[in-house]
Design a protein around this ligand. Structure first.
Ligand SMILES: [Zn+2]
Ligand SMILES: [Zn+2]
Length: 127
């Protein structure tokens, strides 16, 4: 499992390294922001199978170009608050800053096609 945060580390002052060790949400002991752990899973748009994900310049993309199950190129990225043990090997996890006043508790889903990049709304906000 790769952490997207390893990549963001260079862009933000605090890496929140000591935050969310045993929890899914809480305050960072180093900078005091409220953080929440999110998981991203890449799925095939055609057959819905889970595809191995990679982080490429801040975007979450499937590792392979084509779905090994149906041969489709299209995929979407699913954002989850919690994840099952089985899915953990597929998931990319992030520690994202939560704006508690505007926090939307509904599940987010981010849809992409091959020409668009994933809109990573909460990422890169840690300055
Ligand atoms: Zn921090
Ligand atoms: Zn497929």
């Amino acid at each position: 499992m790769k952490s997207l945060f390893d990549i963001l580390l260079r862009r933000s002052k605090c890496a929140h390294t000591h935050a969310l060790i045993n929890t899914n949400e809480g305050y960072c002991p180093d900078c005091g922001v409220f953080l929440k752990k999110y998981f991203y899973i890449v799925r095939c748009s055609c057959c819905d199978v889970k595809r191995e994900a990679k982080v490429y310049f801040g975007d979450i993309l499937p590792k392979e170009k084509f779905c090994t199950n149906c041969g489709s190129k299209d995929f979407y990225v699913e954002k989850l608050d919690v994840i099952s043990f089985i899915d953990i090997s597929y998931a990319i996890h992030t520690k994202e800053i939560v704006d508690l006043e505007h926090f939307d508790f509904a599940n987010h889903q981010v849809w992409v096609d091959e020409n668009k990049t994933v809109q990573m709304k909460f990422l890169g906000k840690c300055v």
